[in-house]
Design a binder for this molecule. Structure first.
Ligand code: AMP
Length: 418
């Protein structure tokens, strides 16, 4: 059933507790924390403007970083309040706490159309624990609950789930913001009844991360295109040599089961036929996690189905990119999750960029609905300057993936039905 959205609300003079995703990157500059990417703040503006117009008294709650229950000054939301005020062109009050008398007083003083941003909810461990007493304290300033933080909806935390339950219990409404509404429309409704052909592109590091999505989409898609390191687990399962490529040796049975299901369902399931290979060479450097850094040397196209023992596959090859492009250009619905190679390195972003261009072409020349399922594929499209040329880019990472798996997200489940 469809969820209630902010469009359905009559909130004149009511206190609207709205969970937003203001988990923005910050950098310290001359002793001040400076926002380095304000996309997430900008994305909430349509919902905020609509609620201001409706005369709501807005109380915004969000988390920033992982302060683990401590008042970590570098993770304060204060800089966000200042930037939000500039973007909206109106006053944004800031409470240096998210619960307590001070917050209640500030909320009481808010005029219709006024905004109050609360301090980081994760300054309290009770937030992530979804502690009922803490949720009650948050809910003290909530007549109505709105959730516009899709990226946090897969977690049952106090501000994403607990408060909504309390408001609903009191007979109050719990609605999706406009951002959340779009996520549910594109990752949900549009993919439930896709225009065909429906082509799914899945890439990234691990089969184990994506197997539930693969399994669910095998019931819906006409074609599935596989890229990224994930492809090598499938290749290994089929008996090919994968050299030094990143594989999950213990997931070959899972890969074979997916191939078998595809065959039975008549889903075209394509794996790379060529790739870009490198020779990894050990260095004496360690990465952030203390693992040895490898130099990826001597990139070359490997047109053979097998990868030599000393080499590693790091991207799909040109023949695969051309084939995937051909399939994508005639698609009517496209869902993409996960890069085709180690796209963070320009040398190995060629396959991902070719797929990105083919997705854009499908959108613009074939009228396809193209949906980018969050995380690294969104980063890759933005890096290629193509972010605004697809139908929809999800703002969630883990949340998008869980939603695509068909999981019920606690933050969505807590919203009222229409
Ligand atoms: P995911 O979060 O599962 O979508 O995986 C994204 C990560 O997979 C990116 O950091 C890529 O660098 C990585 N990746 C993609 N292809 C490969 C590959 N062939 N070898 C190693 N890592 C890869």
């Amino acid at each position: 059933m469809a969820k209630l959205t902010v469009r359905d609300l009559n909130v004149n003079g009511k206190r609207v507790f709205m969970r937003v995703d203001y988990n923005v990157p910050l950098d310290e500059k001359d002793g001040q924390m400076v926002i380095t990417d304000e996309t997430r703040i900008k994305e909430t503006l349509p919902t905020l403007r609509l609620l201001i117009e409706k005369g709501a008294r807005l109380i915004l709650a969000a988390h920033l970083g992982r302060p683990k229950g401590k008042r970590e000054p570098s993770m304060s939301l204060r800089p966000v309040a200042a930037r939000l005020a500039e973007l909206l062109g109106c006053k944004v009050n800031f409470a240096d706490d998210c619960i307590g008398e001070k917050v209640e007083k500030l909320a009481k003083e808010l005029p219709p159309g006024g905004i109050l941003l609360l301090e980081n909810v994760r300054y309290y461990n009770e937030e992530e624990a979804n502690d009922p007493a803490f949720a009650e304290k948050l809910a003290k300033v909530a007549d109505v609950y709105v959730n516009d933080a899709f990226g946090a909806a897969h977690r049952a935390h106090a501000s994403t789930e607990g408060v909504a339950r309390i408001v609903a219990k009191r007979g109050g409404q719990c609605a999706a913001g406009l951002l959340m509404e779009r996520e549910l429309k594109f990752l949900g409704d549009e993919l439930d009844k896709p225009a065909r052909p429906f082509v799914v592109i899945l890439g990234g590091a691990k089969v184990s991360d994506k197997i539930k999505v693969i399994d669910r989409l095998l019931d819906k898609a006409d074609t599935i295109l596989i890229g990224g390191a994930m492809a090598y687990t499938f290749k290994l399962a089929q008996g090919f040599k994968v050299g030094q490529s990143l594989v999950e040796k213990d997931k070959t049975d899972v890969a074979l089961a997916a191939l078998d299901k595809a065959k039975k369902r008549g889903v075209q399931f394509l794996l790379p036929t060529d790739n870009t290979c490198v020779t990894p060479v050990k260095t004496d450097k360690l990465d952030k996690k203390g693992r040895p850094v490898l130099d990826l040397t001597n990139p070359r196209t490997n047109a053979d189905a097998n990868i030599p023992d000393s080499e590693e596959g790091v991207d799909i090859g040109p023949a695969t990119a051309a084939k995937y492009g051909e399939v994508l250009r005639s698609a009517k619905t496209v869902l993409w999750n996960g890069p085709m190679g180690i796209f963070e390195d320009k040398r190995f972003a060629v396959g991902t960029n070719a797929v990105a261009q083919a997705v854009v072409d499908a959108t613009q020349k074939n009228g396809a609905k193209t949906i980018i399922g969050g995380g690294d594929s969104v980063k890759a499209l933005n890096k290629a300057g193509l972010g605004d040329k697809v139908t929809f880019m999800s703002t969630g990472g883990g949340a998008s993936l869980e939603f695509l798996e068909g999981a019920v997200l606690p933050g969505v489940a807590a919203l009222s039905e229409k």
